[in-house]
Design a protein around this ligand. Sequence first.
Ligand SMILES: *Cc1c(COP(=O)(O)O)cnc(C)c1O
Length: 454
Amino acid sequence: MSDYTKILLDESEMPSQWYNIVPDLPVPPPPQLHPGTLQPATAEDFAALFPKALIEQEMSQERYIDIPGDVMDVYKLWRPSPLFRARRLEKLLDTPAKIFYKYEGVSPAGSHKPNTAVPQAWYNAQEGIRKLTTETGAGQWGSALAFACAQFGLECEIWQVAASYRAKPHRRTMMEVWGGKVHPSPSEITEFGRSLLAENPDHPGSLGIAISEAVSETVTGDNCRYALGSVLNHVLMHQTVIGEEALLQLAKVGETPDVLVGCTGGGSNFGGLAFPFLREKLAGNMNPVIRCVEPTACPTLTRGQFRYDFGDTAGLTPLMKMHTLGHSFIPEPIHAGGLRYHGMAPLVSHVYDQGLVEAIAIPQLECFSGAVQFARCEGILPAPEPTHAIAAAVREALACKESGESKTILTALCGHGHLDLASYDQFLRGEMRDHELSEEAIAEAMAGVPVLAD
Ligand SMILES: *Cc1c(COP(=O)(O)O)cnc(C)c1O
């Protein structure tokens, strides 16, 4: 095995359970709160939004949950996904470090998102739900959910952030091919959307606004539920197939990571990769440094506050204690659309607050420069989001070159960028810019975060 490039698993080696980190955490994560009573949210509070099985998973204290057979069957269209050793990039960087990346771009939608879209659609179908609504930014989540709904005969209605809807027509076509119905957000369909369009007919939209629209349609719709592609506990849990497979793959070549880096938008691909390794770290079986990487234009962990805030702009969701820039925060239109969310998964925020993981922010020019180097060595053209993970891996590998340490670095290449070529075009032409985010912009949005008594 000394000259391997990719490490594969057989279908028979696929993990058959998802991992829930909650029972293993030294301090339990704070509960979500009902926005009216400010009491811990109950299963009934979520009943209009999610099917019972997913609400149970959201609140579960079980360490492992069996993956249903029907879901395993769909997973097998692309899982187990390959783990690569980036030998050509290591050589280019002239580093003694070993760089491994788990590639999730092999899924039908081209990202890690179907890992949760498929079980979410399946549990809804099991409970007789007819239609799912959701929001999407760059279109990755919308396309994953449209694909998953097509697998189980569900309708799928999607609010796509208007700026992306206009800039990324191909993602919309992809959603439509899989049977999804796509609206730009803000839309004329919801009251909230109409009010925003009245103020600004060219409103660029945001993920928080699109969530408000999808949620309001769900609660008024018949036999309809909502699906979220990141942030929530059950979403991160579904994504742990990434980390569980990577653990098995690294074991095959006798490696354990010294450093694990992952890009964080809502935190799902990061949690999916990192939590099985954090379990091993907490159990004393390995000791990797685990690091979140976010864009400097939307620095939720590194510059936001750990507070109770809403998941959406209109304030319809339960209050979640999370790192937030404020639910009214609208980041600059950087290319990594999936990293432009104002909040961060409560579980990722909690482990960061507990000092179990670190966080850094990287500007997009450094990210694309790393991604172009990566593509020329490794062939794969990364989505704009994981360019942040790659840039962080490159930083770490160059630090190893300085210090002479031969660390093992692990990251997730959580999607390919074949539908994001306009961003590469802008980078190659020298037209991409980094955006400075002022303290005032953050303070302004933070002023709208609810103030709760302790
Ligand atoms: C959606 C998306 C992200 C951001 O979401 P997380 O929940 O933080 O993973 C990152 N990368 C890709 C490719 C995505 O599609």
